[in-house]
Design a protein around this ligand. Structure first.
Ligand code: TYD
Length: 132
């Protein structure tokens, strides 16, 4: 079992345009406590580069494209997020890098936890040994 999963959300649009809805405990596999979004990212920037001991996340790229490298200690994959109706679920203790943001990328992040700087693992070797 991987600790991350691609999600495809129902599209409720009609002739007027597109509409996507996500709800906690439905399309999002947790109750949503926090959201933040990343946009206007400069060329060449790599964000993330950490794992979280407690937080689960769903990442949705609302506009443009970006790439997510995910690593749960068992498998490592690069996923391009380029559709507003797709996302990726990350369980706690998944290493992630976010990079190759297009100029118009807006990356929405939903989490089940409030922010706690103390739950971050920022050393890959520490992550690898904790995951064992
Ligand atoms: P950072 O951890 O560098 O973001 P990323 O995971 O995208 O690389 O966060 C940048 C700053 O924002 C840092 O000072 C911590 C702060 N921050 C919060 O206060 N709350 C949050 O929910 C997040 C994600 C970051």
């Amino acid at each position: 079992m991987k600790e991350y999963k691609l999600l495809s959300f129902p599209q409720l649009g009609d002739e007027r345009g597109n509409l996507v809805v996500v709800e906690g405990m439905k399309e999002i596999p947790f109750e949503i406590k926090r959201m933040f979004y990343i946009y206007g990212t400069q060329e060449g920037v790599v964000r993330g580069q950490h794992a979280n001991k407690n937080s689960q996340f769903v990442l949705i790229n609302l506009s443009g494209t970006c790439k997510i490298l995910v690593d749960d200690g068992k498998s490592r994959e690069i996923v391009e997020l380029n559709k507003p109706h797709e996302g990726i679920y990350l369980n706690k203790m998944v290493w992630k890098d976010m990079y190759d943001f297009s100029k118009d990328s807006i990356l929405l992040v939903l989490s089940d936890c409030g922010y706690d700087g103390g739950e971050y693992i920022r050393e890959y070797e520490e992550f690898k040994s904790e995951i064992k």
